[in-house]
Design a protein around this ligand. Structure first.
Ligand SMILES: [Zn+2]
Length: 340
């Protein structure tokens, strides 16, 4: 089969499309004929060699989190899936043996791993992570789902408890995670405010349709949010940017509101006025990926056609390095899909 692997860490040129042996499904695994995947910031950090253990892979490695394809072989000991089933998969892999896992709190697993292997024509996937997907959802939408929507579901539904009384502010509403967050907040009945850079505002308004769209470079974001909410602020701020936005996230937050964070694409070294934080009685919640509970709940809405991710570009596997360049440059609007 053809697959994109890295043999070392560095620039997009480290991604090599090459012929590798077809994988065989081990006990408990499915073999999936991949149709599409997407590129995520996580893939870029692994390629570059991010020092955090969560980004470690043994080399050479096939990167890629997002599974979209059909089952072509079933390993021993698998029940509930058959050849021909259309599936995606949750990339979060708790160890199932640490104290948190044994306490049935897999989101706090100490030794979790994250799935890699989607940049390939064939991918082996643990059946315990696989999720059936209805036939009518476009491949591109399924490929956008696992990393973005499962993560956003845990952030907003499981952690922040979003509901119809909330005003949710979403940074970068045309990004994969931002768009997922906005659509989930909308599904929960919340009022949605979303930001984008000026040249992406039209796409934001058309595809995400927030109640208010803000240019996060050209406008005073916190002032606009406070004005729109009669001075109260957003009850939930959806954070995945970090250093460049954290202070403003706190400024726009309502008293008793929640900042929920699952990323720091602009950097980790965020500053915050601590007095402002505790006087507001802010809740600050961290979140990472999502459990199978989050994944299956979110996938029901994907299969029902309620999620329409913004598809920015669709590229062949041969252009995987260019796909990484587009993601890193931040110039693409929406998810970058790779067809297989
Ligand atoms: Zn564990």
């Amino acid at each position: 089969m053809r697959a994109a692997r890295i043999h070392g860490h560095g620039g997009p040129g480290e991604l090599r499309v090459e012929e590798v042996p077809d994988p065989e499904p081990a006990t408990g695994e499915l073999l999936v004929r991949q149709r599409a995947t997407s590129v995520n910031h996580r893939d870029v950090w692994i390629r570059k060699g991010h020092p955090h253990p969560a980004y470690h892979v043994d080399l050479p490695a096939i990167l890629g989190i997002d599974i979209c394809g059909e089952v072509v072989a079933v390993g021993d000991g698998v029940s509930g899936f058959s050849v021909g089933d259309r599936v995606t998969a949750n990339p979060y892999m708790p160890c199932r043996s640490c104290v948190s896992c044994r306490r049935e709190r897999p989101q706090y697993c100490e030794r979790f791993d994250v799935y890699n292997g989607a940049y390939a024509e064939l991918a082996t996937v643990p059946a315990s992570l696989a999720i059936p997907i209805g036939p009518d959802v476009p491949d591109e939408h399924v490929a956008c789902f696992p990393n973005a929507y499962i993560t956003a579901w845990q952030m907003l539904v499981t952690k922040a408890g979003v509901g119809p009384d909330d005003t949710v502010f979403i940074w970068a509403g045309t990004s994969g995670l931002g768009c997922a967050g906005a659509q989930i907040a909308r599904l929960a009945g919340a009022t949605v405010i979303a930001s984008a850079r000026a040249e992406k505002l039209d796409v934001l308004r058309e595809k995400v349709a927030p109640d208010l769209a803000i240019d996060h470079h050209g406008e005073d974001v916190a002032a606009k949010v406070l004005d729109f909410t009669d001075g109260l602020g957003a009850t939930i701020v959806f954070e995945h940017i970090g250093q460049a936005t954290w202070g403003r996230s706190l400024d726009m937050l309502a008293s008793g509101g929640t900042i929920v964070s699952a990323g720091a694409t602009s950097g980790d070294d965020a500053r915050m006025d601590i007095t402002h934080m505790f006087v507001k009685q802010a809740r600050i919640l961290g979140s990472r990926l999502g459990t199978m509970d989050d994944a299956i709940a979110a996938a029901r809405h994907l299969s029902a056609g309620r999620f329409a991710p913004i598809v920015g570009s669709v590229l062949p596997l041969e252009d995987i390095a260019h796909a990484h360049e587009l993601l890193e440059a931040g110039d693409a609007t929406g998810k970058i899909i790779v067809r297989l």
